[in-house]
Design a binder for this molecule. Structure first.
Ligand code: COA
Length: 170
């Protein structure tokens, strides 16, 4: 039987426990899950490409309950071309509130036009992670709020270091 590969793409700036919960659940659906850390020309990430890759790899190494092989890779360019190159049968996306819907709807539609063979599969974020977003994590943390519930201790340390460097530069 052929191996089923899924891609979970994102900017992961930084990766949150919401992302990790989707990864855990997605690992039940495929034989190989490739977590694609995107360059994303539309966002100006706080963390560099290499830092985002490293933090995702570290969180996944420590993730319990993985049900399939999980590989972390960096990718640049079109998601659908990357998915094709990886011979993926599906792209997995987490869906939180209604606000995610329009963007995801458009992205899925465009990707389906570019390659109708690759399905996009949505996993609804659980109640616990509905309102988590990378931007909120960065904002709350930079204003002194406690975000330890939403990211792993490793990511919290990196975030602290990064914001200290940024503050020292200012
Ligand atoms: N839990 C917590 N947060 C979640 C989440 C979950 N389950 N799912 C999404 N998010 C948050 C992220 O933290 C992020 O928050 P932010 O906007 O505050 O940073 C936001 O939702 C969306 O981020 P993410 O899921 O990482 O995806 P993205 O929108 O940053 O990435 C790509 C989008 C990389 C998939 C898309 O830009 C892409 O495909 N790029 C390649 C170029 C391409 O092919 N373009 C054509 C597309 S048709």
């Amino acid at each position: 039987m052929s191996q089923r590969t899924g891609i979970y793409p994102g900017t992961f700036d930084p990766i949150t426990k919401g992302h990790l919960h989707i990864i855990q659940r997605a690992s039940k659906l495929v034989d190989l899950l490739v977590v694609g850390v995107a360059k994303n020309i539309n966002k100006e990430p706080l963390f560099s490409d290499g830092e985002r890759f490293e933090m995702v790899q570290c969180d996944i190494d420590n993730l319990p309950d993985k049900q399939c092989d999980i590989k972390v890779e960096f990718f640049d360019g079109l998601l659908i071309s990357y998915a094709q190159k990886k011979k993926a049968s599906c792209i997995i996306r987490g869906l939180r509130a209604v606000s995610d819907f329009e963007y995801e709807f458009q992205m899925t539609g465009m990707n389906a036009k570019l390659n109708p063979e690759i399905e996009t599969v949505f996993l609804m974020a659980s109640d616990k992670w509905q309102f988590v977003s990378s931007s909120f994590i960065k904002e709350i943390f930079s204003l002194g709020g406690d975000i330890s519930e939403f990211i792993t201790p490793a990511v919290e340390t990196l975030l602290k270091e990064k914001l200290e460097i940024t503050a020292n530069k200012a």
